[in-house]
Structures are given as structure tokens and as C-alpha cells.
Design a protein around this ligand. Structure first.
Ligand code: SF4
Length: 583
């Protein structure tokens, strides 16, 4: 069985924005009282459960909203409802999707000019109810072609679409409305995210034997995807969770397409895809499955990232003009392996959402991985002692500070004037800490071990490693932002937003590339530093591919991101042995 996942599957821009706003409101220290959403934020029971666990309620008519924060969901509300909320003196956070706001503005403008409004959409849907509120009492809804016949005679008509409407249905109904009414202003307000998702289902259905649509049963846009796929003649299965899948229902199909509604989180899609891939049978399927398991063991166990740390150490030795020793690479690899393995268990909640494949891998082998983590730490300390007592102390204190990072240093008994009680509560501290620790393992330790005195070369190797690791860590945080917010993790994209974070990473990449190009010329490092520019270019490439959704966000993404460390080793090896540049 082959699985093809739609590139447009999962949260759309409007839902992502609404999630960010509600989670921001819940973690805002100035927010008093409860955070409510005005109606269910999205039509996905699993996400709503997680929001409930975070203390985010759904406002009911009977809810006492005084001193609360109320988030208007992406569907928007009527002007009358907004007035009602304002009168209750609640803090309002408006998460209405910009596409929905545009439709509201169109309806309001034409209603003021005496037009009646005709919305092609689902009667009773929250967005449609909100839109009708702008029609000044002259709003109508047409869900089917038959509904057009039931409409009253109208003079001037403004026709809009519910943003998640099936574009083809909108066109059909519009044609009939134009035949019926002389004066029509038509606005094709189906949002781009919906159109692209629907167009992809149509094209995907041509290359698969069956389609699985993941999403809430109450989600209008998910149901629409199901109907479109069925209309294309494909057997279509609508599921809400992975538990609804079973191998029997798919046994007659070789190629399965997977898509999802705009309110389906990526972790649900990932779980479905992983389950489907586990059904693979036949010789080729078994081979594929075995390769995937090998990759899962290799990447999921962090062995791959640890080999990357060893390669990075090798590159840093050559950048600093030091003879690469296996023992330096072994210390870096073992230290990183134990840090990542033990860190996973401290971060279990977030990992279950962000990295389901790794979470289940660790869950099944928890004793083995904890044992290997402790063994790795002990072996790295022993090896560092063999290099020198200074190196031993450095590895010891770096590992110790990794553990202290999560401890509450400020006791709870002290008054609330101190918000930060542990290092991990400081936004961005995890990325900074991790980057410095890896720069210590891969650059400072070989430097101290070799007795080198070229501090300028150390500064280049340290800065290079810090930047490359920082970019890696923050890119993972951008991928995990929704899951991290749900469990209250403090990361840089959460603190300053994804767009500002991307600007910082881009600027960092440019500065690092210039730095690496200049420092060998002014004699701070060997010419190998120049070869490291390839790692910066590679980081920009995989970030771009991820941004364009060409690179998924599971195993393949991790594999591609962590390859950068291995690339550093390869580039250094090539520079040292094959293409020696006389600088
Ligand atoms: Fe906005 Fe379109 Fe998403 Fe609706 S489906 S929230 S209109 S982006």
C-alpha cells in the first residue's frame, strides 16, 4: 500500500491564527478570569478537548462572562453579538479570519446601498449566521439549487459565498440566481485555502484508489472534501481519529490518498499516516516498512543526531586547525545522545502532540532508552576524564546545568513578584541553552583537549556551531508551535511570533555566511571555515522546502534538518582531502 498525503491537509491560515490568539490569551499573564471562545473554536473534538484541559471554555448563553476574555472565532460574529459582548465589559480578542472579514465588509457595503444579500452556504453554520448579521435584515441563504426557487422576488442582489463553499456549487447556484434576478453583484468569496484544498482533492483522487478525509464530523469544510472526493468517484472514508481506521476497510486498495479539513491538527494527520503505513504488505511493502523502521530507529532514537554531533566535532577541529581525534567526537556524540534521550521523558506531553512517532517509539522502550541515556552520560564523562580533568569538569557542569534547567530554583513560597521560577520558564532559554551546550561539546572541548591557544579560531567554530544548532532548534519549534502552546512550553516562536522568528533566523544565516567567508581570509581560521558556508545554504534550502510544504514535518523533516551536521563533516573532509584551496 502506498500513501499520498495532500500538501494542503491540515490547519489553514485562519485556523492557525485563531489557535495562536486563543492560546496567547490563555498564557497571557495580564488575563484575569477565564478565557472563553464564543462558540467552539473549531469543529474538531480532539482539539477542543485539549483546549478544555488548558482551561479554555466555550461561552454559553448562561455563562457569566464578566472579567473574562472572550475570543471571537475564525467564523466571525454578528454586529449585534459584538455589541452584546461589549456591554458585558469583557476583554474581546478578535480572531475572525481576514477572508471572513472581507465578506462581512462586502455585505455591509451593499446592504447600505439597499441591496439584498444572498449567501451561498450552509444554513445554520456559524459563519453564515455571522454574515447574515451584516445584511440589515435582508439576508437569504441558498444551500442547494432548489433553494433558489423558494427565494422571494428581489430588486438588487449581492451574491457572496460562504468561505468554505464548494466553488463548483457556488458557480451553479450563481448561474441560476442570475437567471432569476436582473440586478446581481457577484463576489466569489470562497477563500484561497479552501479552493486549493478542494482542487488538490480533485487532482489527488485521479492518482489514488481510495481517499481518507481526516476531520471533525461537524466541520463543514471537511464534509465538503468528502463530498468532492465521492463526486470524483473515489471510495471515500471520513474519519475523526486514528482509532477509526482498520486494515479490512482498505484491503482492496493499493494507493491511498489522505487529506484533512482546515481544522484538523497536524498530529492527527501524522498518526493516521503512520497507521496506514504500518498496513503495508507484499514484498515491496515489507521492504518499505523495514526501511522505515530502520529510519525510525536511527532518527527516532537520536542515534542519527548523535552521529551528526560527531561530524560537527570533526569539522570544528579542522576549522580550528586541530588534529581531529575520535575521542572528541565520541564525547560530543554520547553527551548529545544522553541529553536528548533523557530530555524526551521530561517533555513527554509536548512530544506526544508534536512527534507522535517518536513518542510511541520511546514509550515502548522507555527502560532501554533511559538506561542507554545514563550509560551514554557515564561513558562521555569517563572519556572526558581521559582527555583532561578540565574537560571532565566542563562536560560534568554542562550536563549538570542541563538537568538544573528544569528545576525550580526559586521556591514557590516566595511572593509572586518573581514569575520565573526555573530557567525553562524563560522564553527562548531552551534554544539558547541547547545551542551553547552543543558548541561546548563540539568546539570548546577539542580546543581545551588539544591545548590550542588560537582563541580567534575557537570563536569562529563556537559561533558557527551556535548558529547552526540555534537555527535547527528554532525551526523545530516553529513546526511544533501549536503543540508547545497547548502544553505551555516557552519557545521563541511562541514569545515573538513565527514571522519575527523567521526574520531573525534569516538575518542570522546571512551574518553567519558573511562571517564564515571573511574569517579564513583574515587568518582567524583555516580555509575549512569557508566550506561551512555550504551548511548555511543547506539550512536555507530545507527551511524553504518546509515553508513551501514540499518537505513534510515527520521523520523526513528531521532527517533533512539533522543532515546539516553530517554535511559539516563531509564539507570539512572534502576541503581537507579533496579540494584543498590555497587561501
Ligand atoms: Fe479563513 Fe479560509 Fe480558513 Fe475559513 S477556511 S478560517 S476563511 S482561511
Amino acid at each position: 500500500m502506498r500513501v499520498i498525503v495532500a500538501k494542503t491537509a491540515g490547519f489553514c491560515m485562519g485556523v492557525k491564527k485563531a489557535m495562536d490568539i486563543v492560546l496567547d490569551a490563555a498564557s497571557d499573564k495580564d488575563t484575569n478570569g477565564t478565557v472563553y471562545t464564543d462558540g467552539p473554536l473549531i469543529h474538531n473534538p480532539q482539539v477542543l478537548d485539549l483546549l478544555r484541559q488548558k482551561g479554555i471554555g466555550v461561552a454559553q448563553d448562561s455563562s457569566d462572562l464578566s472579567r473574562s476574555t472572550v475570543v471571537i472565532r475564525a467564523h466571525g460574529i454578528t454586529p449585534a453579538r459584538r455589541q452584546q459582548l461589549e456591554q458585558q465589559r469583557v476583554k474581546i480578542c478578535d480572531a475572525t479570519c481576514p477572508h471572513v472579514k472581507r465578506v462581512q465588509r462586502i455585505i455591509s457595503k451593499y446592504a447600505k446601498q439597499g441591496y439584498s444579500t444572498l449567501i451561498v452556504g450552509d444554513k445554520g453554520h456559524a459563519e453564515v449566521i455571522g454574515l447574515l448579521g451584516y445584511a440589515e435584515g435582508r439576508g437569504y441563504v441558498a444551500e442547494t439549487l432548489d433553494d433558489v426557487d423558494k427565494l422571494p422576488p428581489l430588486q438588487k442582489v449581492c451574491i457572496v459565498a460562504q468561505t468554505t463553499q464548494d466553488r463548483r456549487m457556488f458557480e451553479k447556484i450563481t448561474e441560476k440566481l442570475k437567471d432569476r434576478y436582473d440586478s446581481c453583484e457577484v463576489f466569489g468569496t470562497v477563500c484561497s485555502s479552501t479552493s486549493e484544498r478542494q482542487a488538490e482533492v480533485i487532482s489527488l483522487s485521479k492518482s489514488v484508489d481510495a481517499m481518507i478525509v481526516v476531520g471533525g464530523r461537524g466541520s463543514a469544510n471537511t464534509n465538503r472534501l468528502v463530498k468532492i472526493s465521492e463526486a470524483e468517484g473515489k471510495p471515500t472514508f471520513h474519519i475523526e481519529t486514528v482509532e477509526e481506521l482498520n486494515p479490512k476497510m482498505l484491503r482492496d486498495f493499493d494507493v491511498i490518498g489522505v487529506t484533512a479539513g482546515a481544522s484538523t491538527p497536524h498530529w492527527l494527520i501524522t498518526r493516521v499516516v503512520e497507521k496506514l503505513e504500518s498496513y503495508q504488505s507484499g514484498r515491496f511493502g515489507k521492504l518499505q516498512k523495514s526501511l522505515k523502521y530502520i529510519a525510525m530507529y536511527f532518527v527516532g532514537s537520536n542515534a542519527y543526531a548523535s552521529i551528526g554531533a560527531a561530524c560537527l566535532t570533526y569539522a570544528n577541529c579542522l576549522i580550528m586547525g586541530i588534529k581531529p581525534e575520535v575521542i572528541y567526537s565520541a564525547i560530543a556524540a554520547l553527551s548529545l545522545f544522553s541529553a536528548l534521550a533523557l530530555d524526551h521523558f521530561a517533555n513527554k506531553e509536548a512530544n506526544t502532540l508534536n512527534e507522535p512517532f517518536r513518542a510511541s517509539f520511546y514509550q515502548k522502550r522507555s527502560s532501554l532508552i533511559i538506561g542507554l541515556g545514563i550509560f551514554g552520560a557515564a561513558l562521555s564523562l569517563t572519556l572526558s576524564f581521559l582527555v583532561s580533568p578540565y574537560v571532565f569538569l566542563l562536560v560534568f557542569f554542562t550536563s549538570l546545568s542541563g538537568m538544573a534547567y528544569r528545576l525550580e530554583i526559586i521556591p514557590k513560597k516566595l511572593p509572586n513578584i518573581i514569575y520565573y521560577r526555573s530557567l525553562k520558564q524563560i522564553q527562548g532559554s531552551k534554544e539558547l541553552f541547547f545551542s551553547v551546550a552543543l558548541a561546548v561539546y563540539t568546539a570548546l572541548i577539542p580546543f581545551l583537549g588539544s591545548g590550542s591557544r588560537y582563541f580567534s579560531s575557537l570563536s569562529v567554530a563556537f559561533f558557527f556551531t551556535f548558529c547552526i544548532v540555534f537555527i535547527r532548534a528554532v525551526l523545530f519549534d516553529i513546526r511544533n508551535v501549536q503543540g508547545d502552546m497547548l502544553v505551555g512550553k516557552e519557545t521563541i516562536p511562541i514569545a515573538i511570533g513565527k514571522e519575527k522568528t523567521k526574520i531573525i533566523l534569516g538575518s542570522m544565516a546571512v551574518i553567519l555566511a558573511i562571517f564564515l567567508a571573511i574569517t579564513p581570509r583574515i587568518g582567524w581560521t583555516s580555509y575549512i571555515g569557508f566550506y561551512m558556508v555550504s551548511c548555511v545554504i543547506y539550512a536555507c534550502c530545507y527551511s524553504y522546502l518546509y515553508h513551501k510544504r514540499i518537505l513534510g514535518d515527520g521523520l523526513l523533516y528531521e532527517f533533512a534538518v539533522d543532515f546539516n551536521f553530517i554535511l559539516a563533516g563531509i564539507a570539512a573532509f572534502v576541503g581537507e582531502n579533496l579540494f584543498v584551496v590555497q587561501w
